[in-house]
Write a protein that binds this ligand. Structure first.
Ligand code: NHF
Length: 469
């Protein structure tokens, strides 16, 4: 089968979160299964672009609203990532360093979708499946079926994967003229709650919809940022497929980002050496359990609860644990997490920002990883942590619920709690501190979690089943 993944992110080309990791890995594993999977991405001005070799494969043009744009498609020449990578450049819109966060993101991603659809419409052959990821690409099924210039693509099957339904790409109806000459009788396929809603449109128009864990799919029926009824109505075409982790990138026995590589057999020594390095770097105490948080400092991840939960935990447990935070996001949370350094010196530290290499070192050196997320469609960090022998402390939601079982249950190995509240977090931290005192139990759990199978092989095959159906 020939599968074209279209996405706003793909690691290592451009990554803001888990979407990038998934799109950087899934196609590689689909190719390994004997299929031909390719990835199309906007041509942001990232390091990857300047450090690799590309060739121009197509040039075209399109109109959007009152303006005309030219676009260029380039292809990475060496198959460096294990799949064909195509980047689409649109002068004035996509030629920027960051992926998101500009005032004209609606224009940028609508233009990207028009350019990609226009390019595919010029191909002499048809791919078997066009696989879209999140709202930035979710208008494509509508365009393939209802825009007059592209209607000959209507028979190509489309799959939409939802990595996060909180963001839907809402557009005012005044921007409906951005979409190329479309059948106005079909306006209902674009509309949700008086706005153009690209994610809702993708859910209606794609042949199949997947979410990145089965648990998240069931939650969406009662909590989907306004789309609950739509998920209920379209449930027949939806399925949940758990993400995998890329073993070539996330493997402590060959990870070049970490100081000391280790496997299951020498995990205790390996982790101790990595912890020592971290503790020296961040002025923490190696004898205490090291509890870390890695991720975006936003409400969805419940990062706003971290300052109070950390202060309460340190104050009430007489500093019997250490905390380390790596992430960026909400400026007020960033500020509080920075300010706390002075107050809890020796017990707490933080690095505000995104740092891929440091994140690997933290997974390797930490004892526990905290994920109190309010919403977690799949969550990759808990799986990375387990691969590195770091015990997850998670809220029972979405993919976290599907992947972590409390150590109090039979064959359990993590620490789980129900509410995104300061109290639930501090209580779970207390459980972690108590668990840490039982070193034999910790070693058993460490071995157990490092051996859990979160590989992509399994999930990549499930996507092929969805395509075939
Ligand atoms: O794992 C990749 C990621 C998910 O839970 C994560 C999220 C965004 O919020 O599918 O996408």
């Amino acid at each position: 089968m020939e599968i074209i993944h279209i996405s706003a992110e793909c690691y290592p080309v451009a990554k803001a979160g888990g979407l990038g990791d998934v799109v950087g890995a899934l196609p590689k594993y689909q190719n390994a299964l004997g299929h031909v999977a390719k990835v199309v991405l906007p041509m942001y001005r990232t390091k990857f672009l300047y450090e690799n070799q590309f060739e121009v494969v197509h040039k075209g043009g399109f109109g959007m609203g009152n303006y005309g744009y030219e676009y260029t498609v380039i292809r990475e020449k060496t198959n460096l990532l294990g799949f064909d990578l195509y980047l689409v450049d649109i002068y004035g819109l996509l030629d920027r360093e960051k992926i998101y966060g500009y005032d004209d993101d609606i224009e940028r991603f609508t233009a990207f979708q028009i350019a990609v659809t226009d390019w595919i419409s010029k191909w002499k052959h048809r791919p078997d499946v066009v696989h879209l990821h999140d709202h930035q690409t979710a208008l494509i099924p509508f365009m393939m079926q209802n825009c007059f210039p592209f209607m000959h693509l209507a028979t190509i099957h489309t799959v939409l994967t939802i990595h996060n339904a909180q963001y839907q790409g809402w557009m005012d109806w005044s921007k409906s003229n951005y979409i190329p000459d479309w059948d106005k009788w079909k306006w209902g396929l674009l509309e949700w709650n008086k706005m153009i809603n690209p994610l809702a449109s993708g859910i209606r128009c794609a042949a199949k919809v997947t979410t990145v864990s089965p648990g998240y799919l069931s939650e969406l029926k009662y909590d989907a940022n306004g789309l609950e009824n739509l998920f209920e109505y379209e449930k027949g075409k939806c399925s949940g497929i758990l993400n995998g982790i890329d073993d070539e990138v996330w493997n402590p026995s060959k990870d070049e980002f970490i100081q000391e590589q280790y496997g299951v057999e020498d995990a205790n020594e390996g982790k101790a050496k990595n912890k020592k390095l971290l503790c020296e770097q961040f002025d923490l105490d190696i004898t205490k359990p090291l509890i870390v948080f890695i991720g975006r400092l936003v409400g969805e991840k419940a990062a706003d609860l971290l300052p109070a939960a950390i202060s309460d935990s340190i104050n009430h447990n007489e500093g019997s644990m250490n905390f380390l935070i790596l992430g960026s996001g909400d400026p007020s949370v960033e500020y509080q997490l920075e300010q706390m350094r002075g107050a809890f010196m020796g017990y707490y530290n933080s690095q505000i920002g995104y740092n891929e290499k440091l994140s690997h070192q933290i997974y390797a050196g930490a004892d526990f990883l905290l994920m109190p997320s309010r919403v977690e469609p799949c969550g990759l960090n808990q799986m990375y942590a387990m691969r590195y022998g770091t015990i997850p402390i998670v809220r029972n939601t979405g993919g976290l619920k599907d992947t972590v079982k409390d150590f109090g249950e039979e064959n359990g190995y993590g620490i789980c709690f129900n509410n995104a509240s300061v109290w639930d977090i501090t209580y779970s931290v207390h459980r972690a501190v108590e668990l840490f005192k039982k070193s034999i139990r910790v070693e058993e759990i460490r071995k157990q979690i490092m051996e859990l199978d979160f590989s992509w092989e399994n999930s990549a095959g499930k996507y092929i089943e969805v395509y075939s159906s």
